[in-house]
Design a protein around this ligand. Structure first.
Ligand SMILES: NC(=O)c1ccc[n+]([C@@H]2O[C@H](COP(=O)([O-])OP(=O)(O)OC[C@H]3O[C@@H](n4cnc5c(N)ncnc54)[C@H](OP(=O)(O)O)[C@@H]3O)[C@@H](O)[C@H]2O)c1
Length: 256
């Protein structure tokens, strides 16, 4: 049986105490909720995103949480970031925080559903860059730090399009398909050499975020669950309760 997230999982207080977690797309949507959830459970969170004002708002919200460690803000536009800029991020985390225990890749580029034949060259490149290449590059430059962590976990956010080809998802859909393959290949490579690093994908299902609104502008937005409802699953995957699970394509725990 493929691994599943336990239904109704509730993270223990202090689950991520002493851990440093990097969250991409931390200014909005699921990334924002994940960052707050990690901080509330004791993690020092590195807030990576492209809109500084949004990151500052998340920073303030974390500072207002009782007992949460001070977070760090790392503005970065993943669409144009060079390899050297990714390496600089890893070097900064090492210098300022001394360790890294996990990454949650929530940053996403998606404009609208459209036929592949109509996608602009720019959207194609940006879609693969933000949704796939940056996630790979960030993980890769952070590997030396993750290797030193006793229990490291990398979570790539996926989508139903990651497991079953869907029409009109453009580069976004292709990237989700690829990220699931990337996660499984990487997990296989690490299982014998670095069993302390787990790599999984997670599909949260529909969430009430800006991305969902772009795809389904006519939908009653209140019908989708809030991003906070997916945070317990992410805490499960990041924390010690999911030790031993790697290379899995996990979905929201209410899925059949
Ligand atoms: N929402 C859903 O229904 C749903 C369903 C299944 C899977 N997912 C997956 O869950 C993940 C999070 O989605 P979401 O709904 O939270 O999306 P979202 O609300 O659109 O948030 C995406 C985040 O990524 C950031 N971002 C976009 N382009 C960036 C770039 N070039 N550089 C750095 N950051 C960038 C955005 O920053 P700005 O705020 O500055 O634009 C934003 O903070 C995605 O991987 C998505 O595919 C979502």
């Amino acid at each position: 049986m493929p691994p599943r997230i336990p239904a109704g999982y509730a993270a223990a207080a202090g689950l991520l105490r002493e851990r440093v977690i990097l969250v991409t797309g931390a200014g909005d949507g699921l990334g924002r909720a994940a960052a707050l959830g990690c901080a509330a459970h004791g993690a020092t969170v590195v807030l990576l995103g492209r809109t500084v004002k949004k990151l500052e708002q998340v920073y303030d919200a974390i500072e207002a949480l009782e007992g949460a460690p001070k977070p760090a803000i790392y503005p970065m536009n993943l669409a144009g970031a060079t390899w050297a800029e990714h390496e600089e991020l890893a070097a900064t985390v090492e210098r300022e925080l001394g360790r890294l225990d996990g990454i949650v890749h929530c940053a996403a580029h998606f404009r609208a559903f459209m036929p592949l034949a109509d996608e602009t060259p720019r959207d194609w490149v940006e879609g693969l860059q933000v949704n796939l290449t940056a996630a790979y590059t960030l993980t890769r430059v952070c590997l030396p730090l993750l290797r030193r962590a006793p229990d490291a976990s990398v979570v790539f956010l996926s989508d139903a399009a990651g497991r079953q080809a869907k029409a009109y998802r453009g580069a976004f859909g292709v990237a989700k398909y690829a990220i699931e393959g990337l996660a499984r290949s990487w997990a296989l490579e690490l299982e014998s050499t670095q069993p302390n690093i787990r790599i999984n994908t997670y599909d949260p299902g529909p969430l009430r975020t800006a991305l969902r609104l772009r795809g389904y502008p006519g939908e009653e937005i209140a019908s989708a669950p809030l991003p906070e409802t997916a945070v317990p699953d992410l805490l499960y995957l990041l924390g010690p309760d999911s030790r031993g699970i790697s290379g899995a394509a996990l979905a929201r725990n209410s899925d059949p």
